[in-house]
Every structure is written in structure tokens, then in C-alpha cells.
Design a protein around this ligand. Structure first.
Ligand code: ATP
Length: 238
């Protein structure tokens, strides 16, 4: 079953078209990566899918139901959750309080104590730092809080905007392991936006390459990882 379907989507900032007639779909339980250079339009695409930006044209459907012009809150209620590049934590609130915010988006009204315990078992460092203010955490720890908060919301589709940016390889690996574990064990559907093409293709069931607001190529993760043109431009020649 298709979980997310984007058809003919176009999005502009004023007169500048940032996304131009983009179509792609994500099967339930798959991890789909959207890769592309700086400014290709990846963030814009995620914001439009989440309802934070209105599209000029096109449609987005979740599990076969068109989302129309529904606002972000409704999309969250229907099971979509975006972890933005800037993580949007509340810097002057503690780790634990930031995590608690995920329960407001949790459609099943689960018990916070149990949910937070689950997140602490995935990211033990967060339990050690649970009373620390989020703004004083390292970048990697902040990303763990942002992902943890998203997982507490128990979404059906998790949209991740450059989770690896600025983080040490070991932390990136830890975060990716948690994401992939949720895909495998819980059937979580994931849309991963990354400039780090190598990372994104390794994890992807299917991937799309975006250049200047358009999808120019798609294929299985390993297929794109071995594409000579992609290797040269996005993966380095080494
Ligand atoms: P990055 O990896 O650098 O975040 P990206 O692929 O996510 O890049 P976007 O941030 O979606 O790209 O930007 C796509 C295009 O839209 C760029 O040309 C950018 O300058 C432009 N753009 C993005 N946000 C705005 C905005 N608020 N107002 C005007 N133009 C914008």
C-alpha cells in the first residue's frame, strides 16, 4: 500500500519556483531518500508535504486520502511528523520537557512515562541529561532529542530534514540505527532528506535525486549509489 503520494507538486517563493512538478511515492514501511545539492529544493518539498508551505499545484495523499489544503496540525493528527533541519527544540526547557511535547502529537494517547523510558533506552545519554536545558546540549544530543520527540509522537510517516548535518560520524550512525530499527520493527515509513548522499542511499529502499526543483533520477538505493554520474558529483570519486 502506498503511504505517501506526491503528484505534480509545484511550490514557489514569490515568483521563484523552488519545486517544479515533482511526483514521487513512498510505500508503507519503506525508507525513501531525497538527495540533492544545496538549494535543490529538498527542504521546500518537505515543508510543502507537511503543510507549512502552500503548493501552487499538485496533490499530496496520505494512505490514499488527499490532504488538500489541510494545515500542519491536521497532518500531524493523521500521523505525519517533520523533524526540521534546525531541530526546533525549546532551548530553555529541559530534555525531558522537550520530549514530553511529542506526546501532544501522539494519536494513541500513550503513557508519557513509558514512552520516555523507551526513548532513554534508545539514547541513554538523554537519560543522563534529562534535566539539562536543551540549548546547552551538543548538536548530536539535540538531534537525539528532536528524533526522540518525533518517535514519542508515534507517527506513521516520519519526515527527516538532514539529520546528519554537522554531526560526528558515530552519532550519525547511532541516529540512523534507531531510525532503521523503527522501520524494521514498527513498520515506520520514512522520508529522509540528505545532502550526505552516501548515507542516504545506503539506508534507502528507493531514492530520488533532485536538481533545481525537479526529480531528475530515481532508483533503488544501491542502484543510484553505483550510478557513474551520481558517483562523480554526489559521492566523490574516491
Ligand atoms: P539546503 O540543503 O541548502 O537546505 P534545499 O535542497 O533544502 O537546500 P531549499 O532550502 O528547499 O533547498 O531551497 C530551494 C530554493 O528555494 C533555493 O533556491 C532557495 O534559495 C529558495 N528558498 C528557500 N527558502 C526561501 C524563502 N523563504 N524565500 C525565498 N526563497 C527561498
Amino acid at each position: 500500500m502506498t503511504m505517501l503520494e506526491v503528484e505534480g507538486l509545484s511550490v514557489s517563493y514569490g515568483h521563484v519556483r523552488a519545486i517544479n512538478d515533482v511526483s514521487f511515492s513512498v510505500k508503507e514501511g519503506d525508507l525513501v531518500s531525497l538527495i540533492g545539492a544545496n538549494g535543490a529544493g529538498k527542504t521546500t518539498l518537505l515543508r510543502a508535504i507537511m503543510g507549512g508551505l502552500l503548493a501552487d499545484a499538485g496533490s499530496i495523499s496520505l494512505h490514499g486520502i488527499p490532504l488538500g489544503r489541510s494545515p500542519v496540525e491536521e497532518r500531524v493528527r493523521r500521523g505525519m511528523y517533520l523533524v526540521p533541519e534546525k531541530r526546533s527544540l525549546f532551548n530553555s526547557m529541559t530534555v525531558q520537557d522537550n520530549l514530553e511535547l511529542g506526546t501532544y502529537a501522539n494519536r494513541r494517547q500513550l503513557n508519557f512515562a513509558e514512552e520516555v523510558k523507551r526513548i532513554y533506552s534508545l539514547f541513554p545519554i538523554l537519560e543522563e541529561r534529562k534535566l539539562q536545558l536543551a540549548g546547552t546540549l551538543s548538536g548530536g544530543q539535540q538531534q537525539m532529542v528532536a528524533i526522540g520527540r518525533a518517535l514519542i509522537a508515534r507517527p506513521r510517516v516520519l519526515l527527516l530534514d538532514e539529520p546528519s548535518i554537522g554531526l560526528a560520524p558515530l552519532v550519525v550512525q547511532q541516529i540512523m540505527d534507531v531510525i532503521v530499527q523503527h522501520k524494521r520493527q514498527e513498520g515506520l515509513t520514512i522520508v529522509l532528506v540528505e545532502q550526505n548522499a552516501r548515507l542516504a542511499l545506503r539506508a534507502a529502499d528507493h531514492a530520488y535525486l533532485i536538481e533545481i526543483g525537479k526529480i531528475v533520477k530515481d532508483g533503488a538505493g544501491d542502484e543510484l549509489a553505483n550510478d557513474p554520474r551520481l558517483t562523480e558529483i554526489y559521492l566523490g570519486t574516491s
